[in-house]
Write a protein that binds this ligand. Sequence first.
Ligand SMILES: Cc1ncc(COP(=O)(O)O)c(C=O)c1O
Length: 374
Amino acid sequence: MARALNFNAGPAALPLPALERAREELTDFVGSGMSVMEHSHRGKEYEAVHNEAIALLRELLGLPDTHDVLFLQGGASMQFAQIPMNFLPPGRSADYVVTGAWSEKAVSEAKAWAALSGSSVRVACSTGVPLSEGGKDKAYTRVPSQGELKLDGNAAYLHLTSNETIHGVEFTDFPDAGAVPLIADMSSDFLWRKVDAGKFAMIYAGAQKNIGPSGIVVVVARKDFVAGGRKDLPKIFQYRTHAENNSLYNTPPTFGIYLVRNVLSWAKSVGGLAQIEKWNREKAGLLYGAMDARPDFFRCPVDKASRSVMNVVFRLPSEALEEKFVGEAKKRRMIGLKGHRSVGGIRVSLYNAVTVDNVKELVAFMNEFATANR
Ligand SMILES: Cc1ncc(COP(=O)(O)O)c(C=O)c1O
């Protein structure tokens, strides 16, 4: 059966070679007569996969020894709470940059912890513009400049969302946090290019976009930052527990981590993040180029400098046409194009497994649709 052209926002497309490898190895993993998910997480077969996934990630990122790679559970949403639990002690304050729905959620969870623990949370900048007078829903169309950030030099950390999956807003360059530890939610743009991960105290990313299946969060964290975290929390919530146990403190999602290994191995085999970045820039260039060429029909609400390379959002002249667009695309096996229910419109997610040819096919359809419906 022909594969769908999967533009889902997450869970999202996975590289076909990573899936085919899983199919080949499914019932007999490395001649063991069992699938990898039937092996003990303490056995040598699984341990080799676990360590290979970590080693591949380190290699792809060029990660310095100062940082650990952890595989955690609970989704990126759990990180919204676990970060302040560990790194926002009583009497201290943390800074948050708000550029969309996901950073709003991160702030809200941090505030809940702050209220419980006698700490506080500051919004160092929000680029949200209220959609109605007094209303709480906001439009987000850009990331802030360094000058707009009202940073607290004594903050416990500065948190930002590198890519807002719903609003299609992405940081190209990261703010200078000075001596304040910088933490980024990179759920939807981790590994689209090489970033200097060493500059961050912590990066976290739900796997279900560029890394593998849902159920795993990848955390890249500076060892001394983790070591300085709160020590009186239940062990399971302390990052140090997972760092000290190579993410094997309790049973990890072994099959998910095996798939992460396959995805990272594929990323290395195609030329690493340099090649992947090239493809991603080409895909985003094709799509934004097609939109900009027909401004009478396609309208991207995001400022040019803040346009996401991973999640491209746009509007058509009417909601009825948007619905028709999604429906007709589906007939051509293009799925996942409906914008998030909170903002509407169209969203095209261009994660690493989406090919340049997939995007060329989509752009051809967009042009055809615009001509037929203007
Ligand atoms: C930027 C960002 N942060 C956090 C999340 C929440 O991730 P999870 O559903 O894994 O908790 C998402 C999910 O799409 C996301 O895109």
